[in-house]
Design a protein around this ligand. Structure first.
Ligand code: F6P
Length: 340
């Protein structure tokens, strides 16, 4: 078989481990030819193909990012995009496509699969917001990076008796802020799943500084929002697509905390550091497992499914389970984050 592979959407550590597994398992175990496409669906539409063999993936396990490059492009949103996909499939004599991406890229993959082209998806995003899988590639590394940053903020916050606000990625979910906030011992965690009351935040900080410790750490997800009841609202913090603008909520929350409490407050926006560098062992293992499951499924002619973690297993879930949905932080984890 000839199997195409692409990585779309935001990059994350672990992508190269998935590509490596697809190439090595596909060529050695199944005798397939693997055809990589540069820059996600954009490269696919441009026919930007590159054959991949074992030599091409040697040593990539430790490298962050994606050796194929990526882009935010969805064929079903491009004029004639789906027809162009079929043209490229025929020109490259592809039997199937493996698409590694987040919710947007996998939604596009499901539209391609609906045209009859066999497609298998692999969920990756540091946001961990793909419905149907317990975890997505990239989340563990982002959580580790964010936790280490929060650990480091403690010493400088304590030295200056300051409120240290750290803004974390996650788009419309709070997985990184909640998980790293708990792991890193943040005193207050603000997540989109639980709109916050700014006056209560200020009172908790004031109480802590007066009675417990002269500093605080506040982890804010970029998609967090004040509640309707709050006496405070945000200025615009999203772009025209409704996605968070990095740094916006962090700045506004930091300013408001200082104004209400009188304590010095400083902001750290972790931004793209959360998507950089070498993947953790957990992400390498997860990506390898998903790559193997994807190429094995493609070999069997399976389509319209994506690899998913369910407890100890990797299973195949229908695209329909995740399309148009966001996986939010569950109540149990929000409870664990509250008032530790
Ligand atoms: O989806 C991953 C992510 O890092 C989000 O957490 C963040 O809001 C977004 O990508 C940033 O998008 P871009 O890389 O296009 O600036």
């Amino acid at each position: 078989m000839r199997i195409g592979v692409l990585t779309g959407g935001g990059d994350c550590p672990g992508l190269n481990a998935a590509i490596r597994a697809i190439v090595k398992r596909g060529s050695s175990e199944h005798g397939h030819s693997i055809v990589g496409f540069r820059n996600g669906w954009r490269g696919f539409l441009d026919g930007n193909a590159v054959p991949l063999d074992r030599n091409d993936v040697r040593g990539v396990l430790v490298h962050g990012g994606t050796m194929l490059g990526t882009a935010r492009c969805h064929p079903d949103k491009e004029p004639g995009g789906l027809e162009r996909v079929r043209e490229v499939v025929e020109a490259e004599r592809l039997d199937a496509i493996i698409c590694i991406g987040g919710d947007g890229t996998l939604k596009a993959a499901s539209r391609v699969a609906d045209t009859g082209i066999p497609v298998i998806g692999i969920p990756k995003t540091i946001d961990n917001d793909v419905v149907g899988t317990d975890v997505s590639i990239g989340f563990d590394t982002a959580m580790m990076i964010a936790t280490e940053a929060i650990d480091r903020l403690h010493s400088t916050a304590e030295s200056h008796n300051r409120v240290m606000v750290v803004e974390l990625m996650g788009r419309h979910s709070g997985w990184i802020a909640v998980a790293a906030g708990i792991a890193g011992g943040a005193d207050i965690i603000l997540a989109p799943e639980e709109p916050f009351d700014m006056e209560k935040v200020a009172k908790r900080i004031t109480y802590r500084h007066r009675s417990q410790a002269g500093f605080s750490i506040v982890a804010v997800a970029e998609g967090a929002r004040p509640s309707e009841e709050s006496d405070w609202s945000l200025d615009t913090t999203t772009d025209e697509a409704g996605n968070p603008i990095a740094g916006e909520i962090g700045q506004q929350v930091t300013r408001e905390i200082q104004a209400r409490t009188g304590y010095e407050a400083r902001l750290t926006v972790l931004g793209y550091v959360q998507r950089g560098g070498t993947p953790t062992a957990a992400d390498r293992l997860l990506a390898t497992r998903m790559g193997v499951a994807a190429i094995d499924a493609a070999t069997l002619g399976v389509t319209k499914k994506f690899t998913a973690v369910r407890g100890p297993e990797i299973v195949l879930e229908d695209f329909s389970v995740m399309v148009g949905k966001t996986r939010f932080v569950p109540k149990e984890l929000l409870e664990a984050a509250r008032g530790l």
